[in-house]
Every structure is written in C-alpha cells, then in structure tokens.
Design a protein around this ligand. Structure first.
Ligand code: ADP
Length: 513
C-alpha cells in the first residue's frame, strides 16, 4: 500500500511531462515491481511460517498479535489469537509476569532474553494447565521514525530437553542419595582414572571437602608402604579395563591408618570404559580380629606341640615296656593311643604351617631328589595305613627334581589321605606320575564323593570345606597348605572331577630349575 501511494503521487507529479506511451511503460514496470515485491514478501512469510523457531509479532501498547507462525501455535495451542491482545488471547500468561516483561521491552527498548523459562499454558480449551519451557527473545520493533511500535517474540520450545535433563538430575540425586547412605567410601572416576566424585561418607571419614578429595585423589592418604602396589594395580586396571581390587591402608581424619578393601568396576560400552565405580571399605576391625585369631592359633599350636611330643615319647616307652612284660593287650591299646597322637601331631603341624604361611615364614630346604622314589615311599607308607583302599601306581618320570622333598611329600600325603577320606565306599585310588614339557605331574584319582565344579577352586582356601562332608573329620587346611607349598615351589595345583564320580587332584612342578 505504501509503495502504491508513492507511485501514484510520482505519476501525478510527472504525468503532465510524459507521453502516453511513457506512462504506459511506467505503469507496466510498476506492475512488475509490485509483483516482485509481493513474491519477496510471500517468500519471507513462508520462511516465517516454516521456521522451526516460534515467532510472533505484537503491535502497540496492548501487544496485539499481528502475525504468528505455526511453531507458535504449536507452543500455545491452536487458538484464535490474531488481532487480539496477549492478555485476551493467552490470558494465563498475565499472572506469570510476561505482560510486565513485554511492557518493559516496549518502554525501554531493551530486548529481553529468557532462558528455560517456564510457561504454564492451557494448550487445549478447558484442558489442563501444562508446563512448557522456552528459550526466547523479545525484541522491540521500530518504525521508520525510530518509534517502538511493537515487539517480535521468537525462540524455541525446549521442554523436552529440560524434562530429560530434570530426569537425569533426579536420577543422579537418587543415586548420590544412595551412595551417601552407604557405610563405605563410594567414588567414581573418569576413564583415565581421575577421581570425579566421592560420597558424603568419604567426606566425613577424611574430614575434608569432596572437592579437596576429588582434587588431590587418594594418594595423599594412602600408606606410603602400600602406594606402589595400589598405583601398579590401578594402572593395570586402567590399561586392561579389568576390575580392580586391593588391600591398603588409608589415613583417617584422626591421622591413624586403617586397612581398607578397595574395589572398582568399569562401566563399559562395547569397546571402552565409560566410567569407573569404586568403593573403599574399612576392614580394619575385621583385620584386627583375624590377626587375633591367627595369633591365638599360633600360640595354642605352639604350646600344644611340646606336651604332645612328650606324650608321644612316653607312650612309646610304655608300649615297649608292656610288650617286654608280655602284656600284649595294653601294648595294643597304647599303639592305638599312639595313632591318635599322630593325628593330633599332624593337626598341630597344619596349624603351625598356617601360622608360618601367614607370617611369610614357611621355610624350604631344597635339594635334588628322585621324584619316583618319593612317590614310591609315600604310596607304600599310606598303603600300610589303609586296608580298604588299594593304591594303584601308574607311570614313572625317571627324573631328579630340585625342591623341598619333605614339603612335596606333605602335599602327596595330603592328596592320598583326602582320597581315602572322601571315597569311603570305593576301593581303588590311582596315583599317576607323568613327565611332559620339562614338568613332572602327579595326579591322585579317587572314586568318591567328588566336588561340584563351582567349588573346586575354593577347596584351596583357608578353612574351606565343601558342605555335605561334615561327618568326615577335617578342618580345611591341608589343601590350603599344599597350594602354598606348590606355589612356592614354582608349580601349579588343580582339581578335576564330578560329584558322585570322584576327584582327581594334581600338581605339576618344573623338573629342572
Ligand atoms: P580337610 O580334608 O581337613 O577338610 P583339605 O584342605 O584337605 O581339608 O580339603 C578341603 C576340602 O576339600 C575338604 O573339606 C573336602 O570338602 C574337599 N576335598 C578335599 N579332597 C577331596 C577329595 N579327594 N574328594 C572330595 N572332596 C575333597
């Protein structure tokens, strides 16, 4: 309209000097110009309409809707708003302070930027009030004289993002509530191992802020003697992505070091670690109790050893006397007593060995010896003690090996006495020696109760006994000691078999060292 009037005025002003054909040409040009202008305007309207951002043009002091695009309708709901004031078209926003903001933009000319502002909208007539979140700008519109005649509002509906973030924040709050409630230090670390979270328990334990602990890491509070191992294991876990476990001492806020069990698990996607989740559990009290128990076992077994040795000596003296005096009945009874004393001596021996293992004092006297001869001796000796079972020897190795003969003998005796104990209804035990790839292997196979697969590794733990065998005497130390002996002799120990079919216990040792 504005351009049209100007053209008419120009025409009137110049028409008196122009020929008819010129006027005709001007009129045609004007027509083309107007069409182009209209096309441009339509393009702008189309862009305005299709824009993913919402837009609205408000005119005058009452903020009358002049134009809105479809994104705007999507935001506020499809209502009849063109030509109406905001207060009339979307009355619910007045109480939320938006009209005051519009008034202020118009009055001052200062644009307003809103970030994630909440809008409560009744998007469906008579429907519920919905919360929408918007990022938007109110910008003043000026006419050619620079007067502010309206406002353009444009922005984005960011409700989905805000709600998604709120959900994450809520679940994080729930997780950290859980982590804070745990009576352990809970932490997380980035894939490269940098600590990025510790729970409230850790804050209280060290009496330092979470930021301080996260910033400095654990190094400052780890006992200097344990630091190297911790770093080594942690580095390995970071490189391999394998779970981390360590026993170490941490300095509590009272400056006293206490034993902890540190554990961490990686959260992985298909290929890489996304985050490390870890705990440090104060196990100092348990450690102390364990130490007291170990000390008690050490003292008791040590104190028992001397009197039992004397009893054994006196029993043998008495047995000889009764035999010489012709009192065979008493001599037999004393022989039985001697056998029981041997059991007691072996029990005390096991307890003393465990004490030595725990204290790192298990000694080895190494020398060369014939492996076959040792096996023969032990099998003969054990065969003498059992009438029910036949020990069947298979194979020879014909090797001289280097190691502690008495300790290796102890392992074979343990295998054989167990094979007898745990196969009460069988009559055969196979003892098989073999040599392969510079290693000698000895296996003892029985046809007794067997061990479930999931428990097979556990039988080498201290005091571990497979449930169901309680009627068979034992305290669960023999295999623990055997495993330690074989490990220290650079060998390996294992068990195979199935419940009800029997077990095969084996060890292998390097033949030449
Ligand atoms: P103990 O025999 O004194 O209990 P060990 O350390 O020698 O202790 O053995 C640990 C456990 O392993 C036993 O309690 C038993 O449950 C199981 N075990 C050992 N040897 C055998 C075997 N030959 N057959 C079945 N179970 C066995």
């Amino acid at each position: 309209m504005v351009q049209d009037d100007a053209l008419k005025r120009g025409q009137n002003r110049y028409s008196s000097h122009l020929s008819n054909s010129e006027i005709q040409r001007y009129a045609e040009e004007r027509q083309i110009l107007l069409q182009e202008l209209e096309a441009e305007k339509q393009k702008l309207v189309d862009i305005f309409e299709r824009a993913p951002a919402f837009m609205a043009i408000l005119r005058g002091q009452n903020h009358i809707f002049e134009m809105v695009n479809s994104a705007y309708y999507q935001l506020v709901g499809h209502r009849d708003i063109i030509g109406k004031a905001v207060t009339e078209a979307i009355p619910e926003v007045e109480a939320q302070g938006f009209i005051a903001i519009l008034d202020n933009v118009l009055a001052t000319g200062q644009p307003f930027i809103g970030t994630e502002m909440k809008l409560e909208l009744q998007r469906v007539p008579d429907g519920i009030i919905e919360d929408r979140y918007v990022n938007f700008v109110y910008e003043p519109l000026k006419n050619s004289q620079g007067e502010r005649t309206g406002i353009v509002a444009h922005g984005y509906d960011v409700t989905d993002q805000v709600i998604a973030r709120q959900k994450i924040e809520e679940s994080e709050a729930r997780l950290s509530f859980m982590a804070d409630a745990m009576p352990q230090q809970v932490w997380t670390a980035t894939p490269d191992g940098a600590l990025d979270y510790v729970n409230q328990y850790a804050v209280n334990y060290f009496n330092r802020s979470a930021e301080e602990i996260v910033g400095e890491g654990w190094q400052k509070v780890i006992h200097p003697d344990d630091l190297a191992e911790c770093i080594q294991l942690w580095t390995e876990s970071l490189e391999t992505g394998k779970p981390y476990q360590v026993f170490f001492r941490l300095r509590k806020s009272d400056n006293i070091y206490r034993w902890h069990l540190g554990r961490a698990l990686p959260l992985m996607d298909e290929k890489k670690v996304l985050k490390w989740f870890g705990t440090n559990t104060d196990i100092d009290d348990q450690k102390k109790l364990e130490r007291q128990k170990d000390d008690f076992i050490a003292i008791v077994s040590h104190e028992l050893k001397t009197p039992v040795t004397s009893i054994k000596a006196f029993t043998q003296v008495l047995q000889n006397r009764f035999t010489r005096a012709g009192d065979e009945k008493s001599a037999v009874l004393l022989g039985k007593m001697d056998a029981q004393i041997n059991k007691l001596t072996s029990l005390i021996g096991d307890l003393l060995d465990v004490t030595k293992i725990e204290g790192g004092q298990l000694q080895f006297n190494e020398a060369f010896f014939s492996f076959d001869e040792l096996v023969d001796e032990v099998v003969e000796e054990i065969q003498r003690s059992t009438h029910k079972h036949t020990l069947e020897k298979q194979g020879t190795v014909k090797k001289t090996i280097y190691g502690d003969k008495d300790r290796i003998e102890q392992v074979i005796i343990n295998f054989l006495t167990n094979a007898i104990k745990y196969s009460p209804h069988a009559s055969k035990i196979i003892v098989k020696s073999s040599f392969e790839k510079d290693r000698v292997t000895l296996c003892v196979q029985d046809f007794g109760v067997g061990i479930p697969e999931e428990k097979q590794q556990r039988v080498f733990e201290r005091f571990y006994r497979v449930s169901g065998n309680e009627t068979i005497p034992g305290i669960g130390l023999g295999l623990y000691i055997s495993a330690e002996i074989i490990r220290r002799q650079k060998g390996t120990i294992w068990v195979e078999g199935k419940p009800g079919q029997g077990s095969t216990f084996c060890f292998s040792l390097p033949a030449s060292r």
